[in-house]
Design a protein around this ligand. Sequence first.
Ligand code: NAP
Ligand code: GDD
Length: 330
Amino acid sequence: MTKKALVSGITGQDGSYLAELLLSKGYEVYGIIRRSSSFNTKRIEHIYHDPKLKLEYGDLTDATRLRELVLDIKPDEVYNLGAQSHVRVSFDEPVYTVDTVAMGCLNLLEAIRRLDNKPRFYQASSSEMYGLVQETPQKETTPFHPRSPYSCAKVFAFWQTVNYRESYDLFGCNGILFNHESPRRGETFVTRKITRAAGRIKMGLQDKLYLGNLDAKRDWGFAGDYVEARWLMLQQDKPDDYVVATGETHSVREFLDEVFGCLDLDWHKYVEIDPRYFRPAEVDLLLGDSTKARKVLNWEPKTTFKALAKMMTEADLELAKDEAVLKAHR
Ligand code: NAP
Ligand code: GDD
């Protein structure tokens, strides 16, 4: 029988890659989208007309609607990827962030817990939960020390997922994913902000790039590699929590070196520091140990840091070229 998956956050970076993967595996994919005054389906445009993709309006803060969707669709698997996912923004909008990230997860768990055939549940947990890291590298047993409203909300959602697993026999898994990027990454996250600006600088469309803390280090992987791990978690005999990471860490500076290097540019000539991009509390270093996922799920990342930087740089150079052509014809 055709499996059904319900995905929150389908219009986001990860949702788009997950939808592609599930469709390729023959799933019927139900995506929750928010009503917006402008189009928010750009990342799923290429699969929009696939008859197995069905989009339903909903919001993680609307518990009634989530319950209705779950009752109507009766999914086999639920992937909770929806979130106000920007760490810096969560300091400006802590209550809204908690509403979507923490309460959104709880709303979905409540929507499914009374069903006779409970769907398997995936919670998009985050390496940000390690925050002020208590050990390096970070693994499943490393204590959390969240450093932002966003990561405090993610810790709540993590433990609710564990709690529902232990209390209601729910097949709930947390994927603790370290940063993952792609040409579909939101343009205000640091990697994409850099590749987008570098392409535009190369094409003469921009002459400055304003950034915050260049010393922060992240374990950056490719989003396209990480969706498979999410799916694999829900195909196991037992529910569990897994770290998904590359096992390498690099600074923002090193990412700048790679990207501007690809374009034969010296970033020092263009980058300026704007204190607006500093955070009230910073996460200085993240480095993941994904031994468990590698052993149990037989998962491993395929894309190196260099390859990721090159892929994103090339994609954004193409965008900048298109923009330059449009500008020339205006
Ligand atoms: P993203 O690109 O920011 O996408 C977020 C998605 O959530 C979008 O589809 C957005 O809809 C939707 N959304 C936001 N608020 C919502 C609400 N109130 N109700 C319903 N949907 C809502 O994030 P991402 O990078 O794909 O990340 C996916 C998930 O993984 C998030 O939960 C994130 O916190 C988590 N995560 C990400 C990373 C990473 O490095 N990317 C690492 C660890 C964990 P619109 O398109 O309408 O805005
Ligand atoms: N966004 C941004 N903009 N970050 C900057 C900038 C800038 O101009 N300049 C320096 N940084 C630094 C940030 O201070 C942070 O230390 C690092 O670059 C990465 O920032 P982001 O790309 O915004 O990602 P993040 O690590 O805060 O959060 C992302 O990864 C988490 C997983 O660890 C998001 O995708 C979260 O949703 C996710 O949970």
